[in-house]
Ligand binder design. Structure first.
Ligand code: FAD
Length: 416
């Protein structure tokens, strides 16, 4: 059913009894044209665009838990396109543009809120680096503004500008950036895909790949064997596990990233702020809780929970930036499994085995990429060639040396 003011009115007057489930609980068919493994944002967006852009509707999304139970439902919801490098910036700006029309396209309120992101700088060198980044953004059609101290003070007077170690000298502002409701993005894509005929199969784990010779022709699952013309992996933190089923070792390590939510406050922070002298970022949810995070836990893990040293580190970053949150109570925290690639950038490519396709390596920045990732992965699956904005995200770049090392830290997944 279509959501509209009229449908709200009609259901309001009829005791809310007319709403239909947003998607069907599908049982697997024996075979599909395309199977997408992973019912996170990327898998569902891919299925949606396969159906809506390429007319490929005989598609299943197979999810081992419930959709959105992975990183899609665990992230801190920031969307932005403030990247520097040629391989990345056009792709993330393309994603930003898709975000801007997403709710109308899906007929679903994903609470996309372009409340702006401000990256603070604390030294002259950092200002110069941000100026360069801002210019790269503008060259790719994104918006950026470089603020001085007074510009930042006008927005957020409560920050610790005179901090002895990390004085705030200004910030790089992207006003079109912001946040989106992560669960709603998953639900919106699921509903959109379902309406176009895609089967969303939950509580069904892929346990192996079916091969005829080298060609991947389906998946073994806890619900039985399912055949497919093509199999796309969009399993984020589990990418290396799924690739191992195909005998592949990916240039990816899995690490935990934690997120934190405080008790509710009156409106205080109306945008997203990132600290430039440590890893800390913060925004405020519409319910009032401060939502914040920082570094990944530095060790490899498939656990969806983190450890205390990073909690301490994140809270120290917060205190250095805005000491007034010192008496705030932490309400809850959790972790997600990050697919950290060796250069910090993603992979959207064929796998070495025919019939198998990869969407992985999103590190901790994949939520903002959801629409463009789905769009480009669907393009690759449908046409067997990369979409124009995703050509740099090749798997063989780690062999040929064409890395997209946004942070310039080398093959150090724990530092990206
Ligand atoms: C704490 C935290 C904060 C973050 N903050 C941001 C942010 O502010 N901005 C941003 O851009 N990004 C952020 N990210 C990163 C972002 O969430 C991820 O990069 C992105 O969600 C990954 O894509 P996905 O949504 O498809 O992944 P997921 O939601 O993890 O989807 C993968 C799915 O695959 C399923 N799966 C795995 N193995 C199997 C199997 N064998 N069979 C079937 N299904 C399987 C999983 O259950 C999961 O549902 C954050 C992540 C975390 C954890």
């Amino acid at each position: 059913m279509r959501y509209s003011f009229l449908s709200l009115l009609r259901n309001g007057l009829s005791g809310q009894s007319g709403w239909k489930p947003a998607w069907r609980d599908a049982s697997p068919k024996p075979s599909y044209d395309v199977i997408i493994v992973g019912g996170g944002g990327h898998g569902l967006a891919t299925a949606y665009y396969l159906a809506s852009q390429h007319g490929i509707r005989n598609v299943a999304v197979i999810e081992k838990g419930y959709i959105g139970s992975g990183n899609a439902g665990r992230n801190t919801t920031i969307i932005r396109s403030n990247y520097l490098l040629p391989g990345n910036e056009p792709f993330y700006e393309f994603s930003m543009k898709l975000w801007e029309g997403l709710e109308q396209e899906l007929n679903y309120n994903a609470m996309v809120s372009q409340r702006g992101i401000l990256n603070l700088y604390h030294s002259d060198a950092q200002r110069d680096a941000y100026a360069r980044r801002g210019n790269a953004m503008r060259l790719n059609g994104a918006d950026s503004e470089l603020l001085d101290t007074e510009g930042v003070r006008a927005m957020y007077p409560f920050l610790d500008f005179a901090n002895a170690r990390f004085p705030i000298r200004g910030g790089l502002l992207q006003r079109r950036a912001g946040t989106a409701r992560h669960d709603a993005v998953v639900w919106g894509y699921a509903r959109g895909a379902d309406r176009l005929g895609v089967d969303i199969i939950q509580n069904c784990e892929v346990t192996g790949l079916i091969r005829e010779g080298d060609v991947v022709t389906g998946v073994q699952t806890t619900c039985g064997e399912i055949r497919a013309g093509k199999v796309g992996l969009a399993v984020a933190g589990s990418s290396s596990k799924l690739a191992a089923m195909a005998g592949m070792r990916l240039p990816i390590e899995s690490h935990v990233l934690q997120a934190f939510v405080s008790e509710g406050l009156k409106p205080l922070i109306d945008g997203v702020i990132t600290f430039g002298a440590g890893h800390f970022y913060i925004s405020q949810s519409d319910k009032g809780g401060l939502v914040f995070g920082g570094d990944i836990d530095g060790y490899n893990s498939y656990a969806q929970r983190g450890n205390l040293p990073v909690v301490e580190d994140v809270c120290e970053g917060g205190m250095a930036l805005m000491p007034r949150i010192g008496r705030l109570r932490l309400l809850r925290m959790w972790g997600g499994i990050m697919d950290m690639s060796m250069d910090g950038s993603p992979i959207i490519d064929h796998a070495p085995l025919p019939g198998l396709y990869l969407n992985a390596g999103w590190c901790y920045g994949g939520f903002k990429a959801t629409p463009a990732s789905g769009w480009c992965f669907a393009h690759l699956l449908a046409k067997d060639e990369p979409h124009a904005t995703g050509t740099a995200f090749r798997l063989d770049r780690f062999r040929t040396g064409h890395l997209i090392d946004e942070k310039g830290v080398g093959a150090q997944p724990n530092l990206h």
